[in-house]
Design a protein around this ligand. Structure first.
Ligand code: ZN
Length: 145
C-alpha cells in the first residue's frame, strides 16, 4: 500500500504513540468490535456529560491502520457533542467510501484526512473504519440507558 509520505507519517505517529489508549474504568457504555479479515480488535468505551463526550477510551490490537485510526478518532471526538461527533463520523465514512476520489474535508476531519489514501484499498477500508463503527455502536448504547 502506497500512501502519501506525510500522511503515512501521521498514521505511524498515532500507531506508535496511541492517544487515549487504556480503558477508563468509569463509562456509560462499552463495546468490542473485530475486523476478522485482518485480525483487528478494538474495545471502546464512552462517558457522556449531558450530550458532550467527556471520555472516550479504547484498547485493542491489530494493524497500524486500525489502531492509528481509532487513536485519531478519540482525539477528534473528545469534548464534542454527540451531534458534532455524528457529523465527523459521517464525513469520515463518506471519505472511506470515496474510492480515492475524495481528499477529505480538513475542517471537519483535521488530521484524519491522512486516511484519505486508504479509501483506494478496499481490503483496508474495514481496518480504518473499525473504531468509527465501534463509536457509532457505543454512542447509541450510551444514549439508550
Ligand atoms: Zn487491519
Amino acid at each position: 500500500m502506497q500512501l502519501d509520505s506525510l500522511y503515512q507519517e501521521v498514521i505511524l505517529d498515532h500507531y506508535k504513540h496511541p492517544q487515549h489508549k487504556g480503558l477508563n474504568p468509569t463509562f456509560d457504555a462499552q463495546v468490542s468490535h473485530v475486523n476478522a479479515s485482518c485480525g483487528d480488535e478494538i474495545t471502546l468505551n464512552i462517558k457522556l456529560e449531558n450530550d458532550v463526550i467527556e471520555s472516550l477510551t479504547w484498547d485493542g490490537q491489530g494493524c497500524s491502520i486500525s489502531q492509528a485510526s481509532v487513536s485519531m478518532m478519540t482525539d477528534l471526538l473528545i469534548g464534542k457533542t454527540l451531534h458534532q461527533a455524528s457529523v465527523i463520523v459521517k464525513s469520515f465514512s463518506e471519505l472511506m467510501a470515496s474510492k480515492g476520489t475524495s481528499t477529505g474535508d480538513a475542517l471537519i476531519l483535521e488530521d484524519a484526512i491522512a486516511f484519505s489514501g486508504v479509501s483506494k484499498f478496499p481490503g483496508r477500508i474495514k481496518c480504518s473504519l473499525l473504531g468509527w463503527m465501534a463509536f457509532k455502536d457505543v454512542s447509541i448504547q450510551a444514549q439508550s440507558q
